[in-house]
Design a protein. Structure first.
Length: 255
């Protein structure tokens, strides 16, 4: 992981806030916002968390990832598993810490005007699993990757083009069509990444209530608020960061 990520880590200089809140003595469920295109910041998050807290989280990936040869194998080498409820339960029974993105592919393939928005719909499965296995939920916010690309055409605009009907037939879920993006040409801009960890939200007080929809929605809302607040905090911190831009970081190294 270090070998593969070092050039990207050097360019993006990830910064962590509140990592001391991440438990070391018990497994947990890490619940995060998913940034545009999804894969730009997650590997650095996993690496940083392992190096700073000695915790290796197992990420739940969208089913679409596991339909792509080679890419599937690479994700598995990084500890990612197909994000089924059965796999999540198996990881929790084994005492593994788990990373989940409730927004899934829809939040990854954002539309114009949705930068850093949570698109969790009414999903509560992650809360049910946490309550069932008495896992504390650690809210996580990530900022930076949304600026690596500009969206030229989003899913709605692609569907409105002459090739839209063909694209809809090719993808499993028409509302999750990847947008057409531009960074430095096809490559992402090397923006600085910021990660914020909130205080664990205990689920033990709700033991046995994992099938209660009202309880799950209430806990989900607490997590959603925490992640939203974390995103707002990171956006403020980034605005004040004198080393936000790559040029400033390079100049500081030269000096």
């Amino acid at each position: 992981m270090r070998l593969l990520l070092e050039p990207w880590r050097w360019l993006t200089a990830p910064k962590f806030y509140g990592v001391e809140r991440v438990p070391r003595d018990r497994p947990f469920l890490l619940v995060a916002n998913h940034t545009l295109m999804g894969v730009l910041d997650v590997p650095l998050l996993i690496q940083g968390l392992y190096e700073q807290r000695g915790v290796f989280v197992r990420s739940l990936g969208d089913h679409l990832h596991f339909q792509v040869p080679v890419w599937r194998e690479l994700l598995m080498r990084f500890g990612t598993v197909d994000g089924t409820r059965e796999n999540c339960g198996a990881l929790m029974r084994a005492g593994e810490s788990v990373l989940v993105f409730p927004g899934g592919a829809r939040e990854v393939f954002k539309h114009k005007g949705e930068r850093y928005q949570l698109i969790w719909k009414e999903r509560t499965g992650f809360v049910r699993m946490a309550i069932k296995h008495r896992y504390p939920i650690v809210p996580l916010a990530a900022v930076g990757a949304e600026e690596c690309y500009d969206i030229l055409l989003d899913a709605d605009e692609i569907r409105a083009t002459p090739v839209g009907p063909l694209v809809e037939r090719l993808v499993p879920r028409p509302d999750e069509i990847p947008p057409l993006v531009r960074g430095v040409g096809p490559l992402p801009r090397p923006q600085r990444f910021y990660f914020w960890f909130g205080r664990p939200i205990e689920t033990a007080p709700f033991a046995g209530q994992y099938q209660d929809a009202r309880v799950c929605l209430r806990v989900r809302e607490r997590v959603r608020r925490a992640v939203t607040q974390g995103i707002a905090f990171l956006l403020r911190e980034r605005q004040q960061d004198p080393k936000r831009e790559l040029s400033a970081r390079l100049l500081a190294r030269i000096r």
